[in-house]
Design a binder for this molecule. Structure first.
Ligand code: G
Ligand code: G
Ligand code: MN
Length: 406
C-alpha cells in the first residue's frame, strides 16, 4: 500500500490531471469525489462520469507512460493516495512476463479503441497512429520471448539432467581449510552453452517455478554433502543453499527442510540458508516465522551480498541471522578504493559487535585474503581458494584438507 506521506489533498474544483499531459502517477481515492471530463477533437467538453472512495484513477500512465486520456476534476475536497510510476514499476518487475504482456497488450488495445472512437467524430483530422504503432509502442516487452522460453524449458531441462549443482568451498581464513560449501545451480543447454543463474533465477521467480527448483537444489545439495563427507573423510562441513522470497511463503518450508536433512543423514547445523536483504524486506512476517523455526532447529542463516540491498540495519535486530556474507564488489575494490576498505572494516566491526560470523565473498588474490583475515573476518570464498566445482572435484578438494599459508 502507498505510504501516508504519499497522500495529497485537493479542493473541490481543482484539476487533478489534464487530458494530453504526461502522466507520472496514479491515485487511489481515499475520500471525496471526482469527475472525468473529455475534450472532444471538436473542442467540446464531454462529461464521462464520477468516481469516489476506493477507485483508482490515472492508472494507464503508470503502465505505459502514455499521456492522460481525460481530465479529472475534484467535485468535493478529496484525499488521494499517490502511486508513482517507479513504485508501480518495482512491483511489476517481479511479475510473470505473461501477465506483464497481457496487461500492456490490453491497455494498448484499449487506448487504440478510445482513439479510434474519438477520431470517428473528427473526419478533419486523420489518425496519427496506426494500430501497429500503438501496439509496438505500448505492448512490446524486451526479453519476454527469452523469458517465456526459459520458463517453458526449465522443467524438461531438470528432468533431462541439464541442470546440475556446483559446489564452491568456503574456507577458514586462519588456515585456508574448507569449512563448507555453497551450492550453485548450473544450466548447460546442449548446443547452446551455459545459461547464467543471474538470468534464469529471476525467470523462475516470476513464473512461480522457484519453489520446485529450490526444493530440488536443497535435496540434491544435502545428499551431496553426505557423499562429500563420506568420500573425503571429513566431518562437520556445512552446505549453504540460496533461497528466494517465495520459498518462505509455503508454511511447510521448515518441515520440508528438516525432512531433507533427515533423508541426507546430516545434522541441521550443517545446513546454512543463504538469503538476501531483499527477501527479508519482501516478506518480513513469513521470513521472521520461518527463520526462527530454522534457527531453533539448529540451522544457520546467512545474509548474501551484504551491503548491496536495502540498507536499513534494523532488520539485523529483528531477524534471527547468524552470518553476514560481505558482497564481492567490496572485496574486488578493497585494494584500490579506500571507501570499500572502510566499508568492509565497518561491516566486520558491526558483525563482531552483534556476535555474527563473517564470510568474505569473491576473494581472488593472496593480498585480499591476508587483509580480510587480519581485519578479523572468519571465513572466505573466492577464486583464490577454489572455484565452484562439480561434486567429484570438490570431494577431492575436501579430502586434501590442506592448509594454505597467506
Ligand atoms: O554462480 P553464479 O554467478 O552464476 O550465480 C549467480 C547467482 O545465482 C548467485 O548470486 C546465486 O545466489 C544465484 N543462485 C545460484 N544457484 C541458486 C539457487 O539454487 N537458488 C537461488 N535462489 N539462487 C541461486
Ligand atoms: O550471489 P552469490 O554470492 O550467491 O554468488 C556467488 C557467485 O560468486 C557465484 O556465481 C560464484 O561463481 C561467484 N564467485 C565466487 N568467487 C568469486 C571470485 O573470486 N570472483 C568472482 N568474480 N566471482 C566469484
Ligand atoms: Mn549466495
Amino acid at each position: 500500500m502507498p505510504e501516508r506521506d504519499n497522500r495529497i489533498h485537493v479542493k473541490a474544483g481543482d484539476i487533478v490531471m489534464a487530458q494530453g499531459e504526461a502522466g507520472h502517477c496514479a491515485y487511489l481515492i481515499e475520500s471525496g469525489r471526482i469527475e472525468i471530463l473529455l475534450t472532444a477533437p471538436t473542442g467540446e467538453r464531454q462529461f464521462i462520469g464520477t468516481r469516489g472512495p476506493g477507485t483508482l484513477i490515472g492508472e494507464m500512465a503508470i503502465i505505459d507512460e502514455g499521456t492522460r486520456s481525460a481530465t479529472i476534476r475534484a467535485i468535493e475536497d478529496c484525499a488521494l493516495l499517490e502511486i508513482s510510476r517507479a513504485d508501480f514499476a518495482r512491483r511489476l518487475d517481479g511479475a510473470d512476463p505473461i501477465l506483464q504482456m497481457a496487461m500492456r497488450t490490453i491497455l494498448a488495445r484499449f487506448r487504440d479503441l478510445m482513439q479510434r472512437s474519438r477520431l470517428m467524430h473528427d473526419v478533419a483530422h486523420p489518425p496519427l497512429l496506426t494500430v501497429e504503432d500503438v501496439e509496438r509502442d505500448h505492448a512490446h516487452l524486451p526479453g519476454a520471448v527469452e523469458a517465456i522460453t526459459i520458463a517453458n524449458e526449465f522443467r524438461p531441462a531438470l528432468e533431462a539432467g541439464e541442470i546440475t549443482l556446483h559446489y564452491q568451498p568456503i574456507v577458514d581464513l586462519r588456515d585456508g581449510r574448507p569449512a563448507g560449501f555453497e551450492a550453485l545451480m548450473r544450466w548447460h543447454r546442449p548446443g547452446r552453452g551455459p545459461l547464467s543463474p543471474d538470468i534464469f533465477i529471476p525467470v523462475l521467480e516470476a513464473s512461480g517455478q522457484i519453489v520446485a527448483a529450490s526444493d530440488w537444489v536443497l535435496r540434491e545439495a544435502l545428499r551431496a554433502l553426505g557423499r562429500i563427507e563420506a568420500g573425503s573423510g571429513r566431518r562437520g562441513l556445512f552446505m549453504s543453499v540460496n533461497f528466494s522470497a517465495q520459498d518462505f511463503t509455503t508454511p511447510d518450508f521448515p518441515d520440508r527442510l528438516l525432512e531433507a536433512i533427515g533423508a541426507a543423514g546430516i545434522a541441521p547445523s550443517q545446513v546454512h540458508l543463504e538469503i538476501t536483504e531483499r527477501l527479508l524486506m519482501a516478506k518480513p512476517e513469513d521470513a521472521q516465522k520461518t527463520l526462527t523455526r530454522c534457527r531453533q532447529a539448529g540451522m544457520g542463516v546467512s545474509i548474501d551480498d551484504f551491503g548491496t540491498g536495502y540498507s536499513s540495519l534494523s532488520y539485523l535486530r529483528a531477524f534471527p541471522i547468524d552470518t553476514l556474507k560481505i558482497d564481492r564488489s567490496f572485496v574486488t575494490d578493497m585494494t584500490a578504493n579506500d571507501n570499500s576498505m572502510a566499508l568492509i572494516s565497518s561491516i566486520v566491526a558491526l558483525g563482531k559487535n552483534m556476535g555474527l560470523k563473517l564470510i568474505a565473498e569473491g576473494i581472488e588474490t593472496r593480498d585480499e585474503a591476508a587483509m580480510l583475515r587480519n581485519m578479523g573476518c572468519n571465513l572466505g570464498q573466492g577464486y583464490f581458494f577454489a572455484r565452484p566445482m562439480a561434486e567429484e572435484a570438490v570431494t577431492a578438494f575436501a579430502a586434501q584438507d590442506r592448509t594454505i599459508a597467506f
